[in-house]
Design a binder for this molecule. Structure first.
Ligand code: TRP
Ligand code: ZN
Length: 893
């Protein structure tokens, strides 16, 4: 047996082999100097098997090897090789200590992986395979080690020195330097290692666990941001309590730390005891942060905290199992956020993202199962599929078991696998063991990509009073598999009669089977085609299917528009009310699209049933105001595009905008009443009811600002000037900037500039300022975006800035991205490809993520599709292209 270095190319799940060696103890000594850092590592290696190995390879990248010894004896060059990608030890003993010393340059590390410098702060990002940029190591999640870390640095530049676990020792050194010694008592894979050094200030608190232990909580930020940590701290304590109450999980160290840095490839990272966050996911205060921002902080703080059990105590055997920790943890944070706010609203928001973006991924060239069978670059698999669809799969399991059994199952999972690196099968097995359920068919959710499509038809027999639902499933081919096995699909449902919900009785149910709430059932579809017969029904019902979006599928049932009106107004399931309103709006938009293609959109008169629904909703007392806001919002251009055979972004934009103007015109009085309710003397609180009130008011303002009269314009400007919070301030500015009415443009320009002057010292606010301009659908978008790249506020090395401008433009401004310029319809694509090629040299992970919109070329007409392909080809042939971008280009061409 020999352990060799990973070659560039494809890695397969079926090739998994347990590690040849374990690393019992890891001792790191990290000496930070200006411009260079020295890492000394002492690894206690122990052979796992009984037979000797000829070679042992340790991964290492961008390391300069200075010294190497085994058990204190320097190695002779004949005893090892340094290769591209790592270090190979020849004929290693069964047990030995490897001592290496390497030089690395965090200041030069622009990939934001490994040890790097974000502004003045040294920090690490090791997931998935970044630890190999710090030292030679068995960089794989099933190698779990006991870590001790000594950090030393200049005391004035880096007064704070942090790593995982508990502080054992610290003190002064010569030359103005100091050190800190940390030990983490929990064995962990190296991807959970973290180190931070810099001039940071902390907000402190304590949390007493259910069993009475005191835990020190610290949030480290730059001093200027100390006033923006309260919300993250509150969220952290809420999450800690929630995990005890809902999952019985306590925290397991004496200290829990969060560090915020500006330059970060993702949202945050769950390193044991030392989470590192993108500032955008920690900092929040009313003046600078929108409601969505507050909710994001709450959700991400909880997500990373929850990883302490779902990810750290029980970790992944290999990176194919990523959804084991991510799908489960997203499910946990989603349920937490639902409990902290409104469950239906949270569900609606999450499903909108899933159906717009994950469904598109699942239908595109990068489609993969939540547990992929192969990958080239693992960083490309931190996807909506692994995270959000992975969450949906856990949600289905939780709903199939019900809360009590699911809790029993997760208890068993945590207990059985504590301290282990396991697979998704281990997770499902624990749930099967406590419930006696057979989840063998359910496993297809882990192994097959693609979004199942359900076709539902029904019939009612007046004589037998039987109602039959016939449901079939079909999943289109995806790159990894063209012939899909059926999925196990839970379909939560009810039936609406004229006077409300009908009592349900399936044909084979006995009276004892009937649940307490007899208006609701979960049908389990396990075959390609199945029938469900309900008896004793007095009338032909309107079916309410897939309540709460009980499975990540597409549902086709021929609802009449009158059915949709009924469901939108009367369904007892909040999600399906929303869904019906969206389906109705989509139908009307599709009418408008037809008119657009016939060239007479201007004379098109929309189905007024949509107005009827909106009017009634606006008058309904007791309706959650956030739900009202979402129900009154037309489906996004992205979601509409998802529903089309061939996507015509210009037509979609025109049709949607036409309908929005129609709604604004016809509901002017009702909308005005909402928009007028702006009151700057109201105190700001980021709680569900207040968030909802702002959401509906700003939705109304948005509508009215399509074609504003002076009164509306005055409301908008007043709100922009007097708002005591960023939600209202930004909503007003956005409405103003998106207004195409003549005369408003110059005003908008002036207000944009004033906003910049006011907020230029707050990077996170400036991100929103950049994003709202990048999203602006008015003509000339590409030129505006190019100008933004030259604005002093832009920083082409900061992922948040890149996402705010390039990411938002190419994903959320379809009419400009796909419209290009008058001279060159493909200019948007060319622009994006140029940016990707340039960025790839600095930060391949972010460059690869930016490629997503180009990979969707098959969804467009032949000319656009070809233009997009051409740019993908150009990226693919760029000299020195990263494996990250190469994988996406290769798979999508
Ligand atoms: N594990 C992190 C999370 O979901 C994800 C993450 C953070 C990550 N930084 C990364 C993944 C860098 C890949 C690369 O909470
Ligand atoms: Zn995560």
């Amino acid at each position: 047996m020999s352990e060799s270095l990973q070659q560039p190319g494809t890695v397969y799940l079926k090739d998994y082999q347990p590690p040849a060696y374990e690393i019992e103890k890891t001792y790191l000594d990290v000496e930070i100097f200006r411009g260079e850092t020295f890492v000394k590592a002492e690894l206690d290696l122990v052979r796992a098997g009984t037979t000797a190995v000829a070679e042992l390879a340790l991964a290492g990248e961008q390391l300069e090897l200075l010294d190497i010894a085994v058990d204190g004896v320097p190695l002779d060059p004949s005893q090892y090789r340094v290769e591209e990608g790592g270090l190979v030890l020849l004929n290693p003993e069964a047990r030995f200590q490897l001592q290496t010393r390497v030089r690395i340059c965090p200041e030069q590390n622009s990939s934001l992986e490994g040890l790097y410098r974000s502004r003045t702060i040294y920090c690490t990002q090791c997931e998935a395979e970044g630890f190999r940029k710090i030292t030679y190591y068995l960089d794989r999640p099933d190698v779990m080690s006991d870590f001790t870390t000594r950090i030393s640095a200049d005391k004035t530049e880096c007064p704070v020195l942090l790593s995982n676990g508990n502080l054992l020792d610290s003190g002064e050194l010569e030359g103005g330097r100091h050190f800190a010694l940390w030990h983490d008592p929990h064995k962990k894979p190296c991807y959970l290692f973290a180190l931070v050094a810099g001039n940071l200030s902390a907000v402190e608190d304590t949390f007493t666990t259910a069993s009475g232990r005191a835990v020190e909580l610290k949030i480290y930020v730059e001093a200027k941001d100390l006033d923006k940590c309260d919300h993250a701290m509150t969220s952290l304590k809420n999450a800690m309590r929630w995990d005890e109450e809902v999952y019985g999980r306590e925290y397991d160290l004496d200290i829990f730390m969060i560090v915020a840095v500006d330059d970060f490839n993702m949202g945050a990272m769950e390193n044991k005891g030392l989470n590192i966050f993108n500032t955008s996911c920690v900092l929040a205060k009313r003046e600078t942060t929108t409601d969505a921002g507050f909710q994001r902080v709450e959700g991400v703080v909880a997500h990373e905290y929850f990883h302490n059990w779902s990810g750290n105590r029980v970790t992944c055997r290999d990176w194919f199992q990523l959804s084991l920790k991510e799908g489960f943890t997203v499910y946990r944070d989603a349920e937490f956020s639902a409990d902290m706010g409104s469950p239906t609203v949270k569900r609606v928001e999450d499903v909108a993202i899933l159906r717009t973006h994950q469904f598109a991924e699942d239908a595109g060239p990068m489609a993969h199962p939540i547990r992929p069978a192969s990958y080239m670059e693992i960083s490309n698999f931190y996807t909506l599929t692994v995270y959000e669809k992975g969450c949906e799969v856990v949600r289905m399991l939780a709903n199939l078991l019900g809360p009590a059994l699911f809790r029993k199952g997760t208890d068993l999972y945590f207990e059985r696998h504590d301290g282990q690196a396991v697979t998704t099968e281990d997770f499902v097995q624990a749930l099967a063991d406590v419930s006696g359920r057979d989840f063998s068919l359910f496993q297809n959710w882990y192994n097959q990509a693609g979004t199942p499509e359900l076709s539902v038809s029904d019939s009612y027999d007046e004589n037998t009073r039987e109602y039959t639902l016939s449901i079939s499933q079909y999943t289109p081919p995806t790159p990894e598999c063209s012939d899909k096995q059926p999925f196990h699909i839970p379909i939560a449902m009810g039936l609406l009669g004229d006077a409300g919900e009908l009592a349900l009785k399936l044909k084979d149910e006995t009276p004892e089977d009937l649940p307490a709430d007899n208006t609701h059932r979960v049908l389990e579809l396990t075959q390609a085609e199945q029938q469900f017969v309900f008896t004793d029904l007095p009338e032909k019902p309107v079916p309410s299917l897939l309540r709460g979006f009980s499975a990540p599928v597409k549902l086709n049932y021929q609802y009449s528009r009158d059915d949709l009106v009924k469901l939108a107004l009367h369904d007892s399931d909040g999600f399906n009310r929303y869904e019906a309103s969206q389906k109705l709006a989509l139908a009307v938009i599709e009418d408008a699209l037809k008119a657009y293609h016939c060239g007479d959109l201007q004379d098109f008169s929309p189905d007024t049933r949509l107005l009827q629904v909106y009017r009634e909703l606006l008058q309904e007392s007791g309706l959650d105001q956030a739900m009202l806001g979402y129900m009154l919002t037309l489906p996004s251009e992205g979601y509409i595009a998802e529903q089309q055979q061939v996507v015509d972004p210009l037509a979609i934009h025109a049709a949607r905008r036409f309908l929005a103007a129609f709604v604004a015109d016809n509901l002017q009085a009702e909308l005005l009443q909402r928009a007028q309710s702006f009151d700057p003397s109201l105190d700001y609180r980021p709680v569900a009811a207040d968030i909802a009130a702002r959401l509906i008011r700003n939705t109304a303002l948005d509508y009215l600002m399509i074609n504003p009269n002076q009164e509306v314009l005055d409301i908008c400007l007043k709100q922009l000037e007097q708002a005591n919070n960023m939600t209202d301030e930004l909503a007003a500015l956005t409405a103003l900037v998106n207004c195409d009415a003549s005369g408003v443009k110059i005003l908008a320009e002036r207000q944009l500039e004033a906003f910049y002057q006011k907020w230029q010292h707050e990077p996170l606010v400036i991100n929103s300022w950049l994003a709202l301009q990048a999203r602006n659908a008015s003509p000339g978008g590409l030129a505006r975006v190019q100008a933004l790249l030259n604005h002093p506020a832009y920083d082409g090395t900061n992922p948040n800035k890149i996402r705010s401008v390039i990411g938002v433009f190419s994903n959320a401004n379809p009419v400009n991205f796909h419209g290009g310029t008058d001279q060159d319809p493909a200019a948007g694509y060319r622009f994006l490809a140029d940016q990707i090629i340039a960025l790839d040299k600095k930060n391949p992970q972010i460059a690869a993520r930016l490629m997503t919109p180009l990979t969707r070329w098959r969804r467009f007409d032949a000319t656009r599709g070809q233009a997009m392909r051409d740019e993908l080809s150009r990226i693919k042939s760029a000299p020195g292209l990263s494996p990250d971008c190469n994988e996406i280009a290769t798979k999508s061409l």
